[in-house]
Design a protein around this ligand. Structure first.
Ligand SMILES: *[C@@H]1O[C@H](CO)[C@@H](O)[C@H](O)[C@H]1NC(C)=O
Ligand SMILES: *[C@@H]1O[C@H](CO)[C@@H](O)[C@H](O)[C@H]1NC(C)=O
Ligand SMILES: *[C@@H]1O[C@H](CO)[C@@H](O)[C@H](O)[C@H]1NC(C)=O
Ligand SMILES: *[C@@H]1O[C@H](CO)[C@@H](O)[C@H](O)[C@H]1NC(C)=O
Length: 539
């Protein structure tokens, strides 16, 4: 921790708990013959201060985003950007003063800015402009926007340079506190990748940095420092078994997305159970820019019921932390491949104030409150970070396929470069065996809950007591007690006919009292829990 830069030091003040991770977040990008491996780090997203419930505190402290460092211009100006498979463009310089909270504003200022006047390349620009909107269209509280103008300049990843890459520089933005590197093709123009300008993956292939337009995504767990994006390659030391090739399918409006059809959905506790998946509920976008997984109620309810989850009345679902520590998984099937998401990854731990990164969840006591990393949407379903970090994904734009395996970590990299053609992604086995699939959680305040049933309408009043706070959480006070009223009668209420009209699926869950579902307008908390799926308005 001695040689931290000024920037890192500031970040540490904001996220002291993550000091160790932040310090080592960005080892240099590595290039080999035909590939470029860029380390992906996790950055804690500091939360909003002011009026909030203890539940909000728990959730907010779960939140972090996956980021990489890039160099823009000559000499390189280092900027940290969020890695987003839910959008296509690279842009930098958000208006930090419009960040969702003061802490995020401070953090925003530590992530670096690009000043074209300080680049001697020289850059081309500014030219053109664009407004980009992000969020879940069925949930206005998730929506953010940026206005950008374009520049073309050198992009550096370690020693590797991509010349004359077009990217956005913000002229104004709302609710964003970091730049974004989109990894998806253009939502309207699709896989050609050179319209409205050559997107980064396309340029890399054009300039021979990589042989074909392929990248692998290995997000790993919050406490791990080994995640990576590998352009033009895949790392056999980061998955188990074979890679299953699945066709990339359009999003639910027919637009181009990095989406696939889910084949099965299940849960393993004592034994595997499989749930019925209606045809309207199979399309899932793979979106690293979205923290939580968002599914239709018909698909989500059986999982929530099997977990015994309770609705907190604000659109989130919680379970006793003992469930998180149980040796179970939520199972997402893609063709013949099943990616098992350990409960310890799928359920967000409250941890303890020193951050429970031991990997066994031992910081949770069984009275603690833990949140399920799954919420409801009536729009596009999204497998967010809570699911993606359990998988290894190789995205092949040229063949419009994604190759999927169970992620693991079994030692130092064993990178295979991907060539070109229809079988570009080699049919290689991962080096890891099943025992290597580890899961760890993130730290945050610990809250305990006492529940009582009272009142004529059958409501449940839940009293939350925050028993410990993470160091960085300036606004968090121990002993704060908040009550939440959960209206069980609302379990069947849904404002959206399209969400309930698909029927099926939710039949035989065990708990009578759980699974209260309210797909209603959610609070500002979601602004913090980013959903960086590009919003499209197909004209
Ligand atoms: C940018 O990052 C690189 C390596 O990550 C480092 O060598 C360089 O000094 C940094 N530049 C600035 C201006 O901080
Ligand atoms: C660099 O990119 C700009 C914007 O796309 C383009 O107008 C220009 O011709 C490019 N320059 C070179 C040398 O390729
Ligand atoms: C994906 O699912 C949709 C809806 O069930 C179906 O129409 C489509 O053919 C499927 N596509 C692939 C490639 O499996
Ligand atoms: C693959 O790349 C080689 C060398 O650049 C090129 O000659 C060949 O035509 C490419 N093959 C395909 C199928 O794109």
């Amino acid at each position: 921790m001695r040689s931290t830069t000024m920037r890192t030091t500031l970040a540490l003040l904001v996220a002291a708990q993550y000091a160790e991770a932040a310090d080592a977040i960005f080892p240099r990008a590595e290039s080999g013959d035909g590939y470029l491996s860029i380390p992906v780090g996790t950055i804690q997203r500091p939360h909003k201060v002011g009026k909030r419930s203890a539940i909000d505190a728990v959730l907010e402290n779960m939140d972090f985003f996956y980021a990489i460092e890039i160099g823009l211009g000559t000499p390189p100006q280092n900027v940290t950007v969020l890695v987003d498979t839910g959008s296509s463009e690279l842009w930098v310089n958000p208006d930090c003063s419009s960040a969702p909270s003061q802490q995020q504003e401070q953090q925003c200022r530590t992530l670096g800015q690009y000043n074209p006047r300080r680049s001697r390349t020289p850059p081309v620009g500014p030219f053109g402009r664009e407004e980009i909107n992000y969020g879940d269209p069925s949930d206005s509280s998730t929506q953010t926007s940026v206005d950008i103008t374009y520049y073309a300049d050198v992009l550096s990843f370690g020693r590797t340079q991509v010349k004359n890459q077009t990217f956005g520089v913000v002229t104004s933005s709302e609710g964003q506190s970091q730049g974004i590197m989109g990894l998806a093709p253009d939502v309207r123009r699709g896989f050609p990748g050179d319209e409205p300008y050559s997107l980064l993956l396309n340029t890399m292939a054009d300039q021979g940095v990589i042989s074909s337009r392929v990248f692998s995504l290995d997000l790993r767990h919050a406490s791990s420092q080994t995640g990576a994006i590998i352009y033009g390659g895949l790392d056999r030391s980061k998955f188990i078994g074979s890679l299953e090739a699945r066709p990339i399918v359009p999003g639910i409006q027919g637009e181009t997305r990095l989406a696939v059809n889910l084949t099965t959905l299940g849960l393993t506790l004592d034994q595997p159970q499989s749930f019925k998946l209606g045809s309207a509920d199979t399309n899932v976008m793979l979106d690293s820019g979205t923290s939580l997984t968002r599914m239709h109620s018909a698909a989500a309810l059986p999982i929530l019921e099997a977990l015994g989850a309770q609705d907190d009345g604000e659109g989130y679902f919680y379970v006793p932390c003992s469930t998180r520590n149980a040796a179970g998984s939520v199972d997402f099937g893609f063709g013949s491949k099943t990616v098992r998401v350990a409960f310890s990854d799928f359920i967000l731990s409250a941890g303890d104030s020193s951050g429970d990164s031991s990997g066994d969840g031992s910081g949770d006591d069984d009275n603690s409150l833990c949140y399920v990393g799954l919420v409801l949407t009536t729009d596009q379903q999204i497998l967010g970070d809570t699911v993606l970090r359990a998988g290894y994904f190789v995205f092949d734009w040229d063949n419009q396929q994604v190759h999927i395996a169970q992620a693991a970590d079994c030692g130092s990299s064993d990178i295979v470069a991907v060539s070109n053609g229809t079988d570009a992604v080699p049919n290689v086995q991962g080096n890891c065996n099943a025992n290597a699939a580890t899961a760890t959680g993130t730290g945050g305040p610990t809250a305990t809950r006492a529940t009582s049933n009272n009142g004529p309408t059958g409501t449940t009043t839940t009293v939350f007591t925050v028993t410990s706070c993470p160091v960085f959480d300036i606004g968090c006070k121990t002993g704060v007690v908040t009550t939440q009223t959960i209206g069980q009668a609302e379990a069947t209420a849904s404002p959206s006919p399209s969400a309930t009209g698909t029927g099926g699926g939710s039949g035989s869950g065990g708990g009578d009292e759980d699974g209260g579902v309210r797909p209603q307008a959610l609070t500002w908390v979601f602004v913090v829990l980013a959903t960086l799926a590009l919003v499209i308005n197909i004209a």
